[in-house]
Design a binder for this molecule. Structure first.
Ligand code: SF4
Length: 339
């Protein structure tokens, strides 16, 4: 049975930008880091991908050594299956490639999605934005101002969702500037931050960031993205604590991924571990049908059964809502678990 091993923390621990710079950028390096080789993968191995490999070392440190089926490794390791075209899987499953202003999506009536940064700290192989033309949509501070003006002119908007890429790829001082601009718009009441960065590089939750969010007049919600309980270690737990103490609401959204978390034991462990870390399970997403990710898809009826079983094992508040994003819909579409 492979063991979880704790490797030495990288020498730059505590400095998130350096940890980002030191992230693994090739499948071979990634395999080596977890005690595997290309031969262990056989025909599944690919060296080149259209969506690059990117995995920070703190995330790698939580993978089991010598286990090619490790649930964290499988989320980030490119495999041959990505090149198999499946009918129904498309480049832009949510039809998001049209933006209201550079970096701004206004697809919900009272909420806007502001794509602050066009990159992430980790490239998840199942990502629905894996083909998003980030180059064309790269956003500058001038674009942020344009987005602020757009929001200020629309009183029906009460919430701004910072997204990406990953919004926490922005520096603390830039986030502080944006926050000040948004705080000047009276009809805004909530700020939501969708991020996976603190999960893969916990040091991103800097004291400066937490302090600025605590000072804000907004109700701040941070929605993390964690798919498996092994992603939560003591380092992350410790970094989440000040965020909780600062009054930031911590929620989690996970994606149901075949071979990674599509079983009762994994989902129960995820909910329990999230709650222990002060994070409420929020959404369980069915996979967006993006080309290159079909091998992660789980049939809807299995997802429905899984949620039914979770309701028998967990208190209701630890059972996430099963949802699917449907292109053109004004909100996520809840899935009836008894249909
Ligand atoms: S962190 Fe989110 S947006 Fe970035 S690659 Fe992963 S799933 Fe996609």
């Amino acid at each position: 049975m492979p063991q979880i091993i704790t490797r030495n923390a990288p020498s730059v621990q505590g400095h998130w930008q350096k940890e980002l710079a030191n992230a693994i950028k090739s499948p071979t390096q990634l395999l080596q880091a977890v005690g595997l080789s290309a031969e262990d993968l056989g025909n599944d191995y690919i060296a080149k991908q259209d969506f690059p490999t990117l995995v920070p070392l703190p995330f790698v440190a939580r993978m089991r050594s010598g286990d090619r089926h490790d649930p964290l490794l499988l989320q980030v390791l490119p495999l041959q299956a990505e090149h198999v075209q499946q009918p129904g899987y498309v480049q832009d499953p949510l039809e998001e490639h049209d933006t209201a202003a550079p970096g701004l999506l206004h697809k919900y009536k009272s909420r806007v999605l502001l794509m602050l940064k066009t990159a992430c700290a980790v490239n998840c192989r199942y990502c629905f934005r894996r083909h998003f033309p980030y180059q064309e949509n790269s956003v500058s501070k001038r674009d942020w101002q344009q987005a602020v003006d757009y929001i200020a002119a629309r009183p029906e908007i009460n919430e701004v969702i910072l997204s990406g890429g990953d919004p926490l790829m922005a520096k603390d001082e830039h986030l502080a500037w944006l926050l000040s601009q948004l705080e000047g718009i009276n009809h805004l009441t909530r700020l939501r931050i969708h991020t996976r960065l603190p999960v893969v590089i916990p040091s991103r939750l800097t004291p400066e960031l937490i302090a600025r969010l605590q000072q804000s007049r907004f109700n701040v919600v941070m929605v993390l993205h964690i798919n498996h309980s092994n992603e939560i270690d003591d380092v992350l737990r410790k970094k989440l604590q000040p965020a909780r103490s600062a009054g930031i609401h911590l929620l989690n959204q996970a994606v149901l991924l075949k071979g990674i978390n599509d079983n009762l034991a994994s989902m129960v462990a995820l909910s329990e571990t999230l709650f222990d870390a002060g994070v409420m399970p929020y959404y369980l997403h069915l996979l967006d049908k993006v080309s290159g990710a079909a091998h992660f898809d789980t049939p809807t009826h299995l997802a429905q059964e899984l949620i039914q079983q979770m309701l028998l094992e967990l208190p209701g508040f630890l059972v996430p809502k099963l949802v699917r994003e449907v292109a053109g819909e004004g909100s996520k579409t809840p899935q009836d678990i008894f249909s």
